[in-house]
Design a protein. Structure first.
Length: 167
């Protein structure tokens, strides 16, 4: 797989941000700055790829902690999807959205249709679905599961999600 880094913060010893892995050849790549002034830097990785004749666009992100921050960031992400088109669109990442009735989730459900929500946080005893994967059209989603192993519970405070698509 090819690893794509979306670095948002640098420190003396390391750097932080998003990452995306792909086995498919990447036709288009953009790193989007979705930071809000005065808050921790945030970003999104956009790729466009193809599987046979099917074009696929993927955005991987990690949204901010404050509700107003997430609202602004979701608007920016939806603008990316409005500007670009593909047969299949995927948005995935840690949305940090605690409020099931919050505007960011409602906007995303309206754009993609309602996403399957799996509890991923905290990894030791998952109660909240902070991490999500949206797929449009929804009919391409075969299954979605959280990946629970001793290693994934130790590796992060969030469990990873796995989506299987029908293409």
């Amino acid at each position: 797989m090819k690893a794509i880094a979306g670095i948002t913060m640098f420190s003396e010893y390391t750097h932080y941000g998003n990452a995306l892995l792909s086995r498919l050849e990447i036709e288009e790549l953009h790193r989007e700055d979705i930071s809000i002034n005065g808050r921790e830097p945030r970003g999104a990785i956009y790729i466009k790829t193809r599987l046979g004749n099917v074009s696929i666009q993927v955005v991987a992100t990690h949204l901010g902690l404050m509700p107003g921050e997430r609202r602004a960031q979701v608007k920016q992400l939806l603008n990316i999807f409005d500007r670009k088109s593909a047969d299949i669109s995927i948005l995935m990442g840690d949305l940090n959205e605690w409020y099931l009735w919050g505007r960011p989730l409602r906007w995303l459900h309206r754009h993609f249709s309602k996403a399957t929500a799996r509890a991923t946080f905290p990894s030791q005893f998952p109660l909240l679905a902070l991490d999500r994967i949206w797929i449009k059209p929804r009919s391409c989603l075969r299954s979605m599961t959280s990946y629970k192993t001793a290693i994934t519970r130790r590796a992060s405070d969030h469990l990873p999600l796995k989506a299987e698509l029908i293409i």
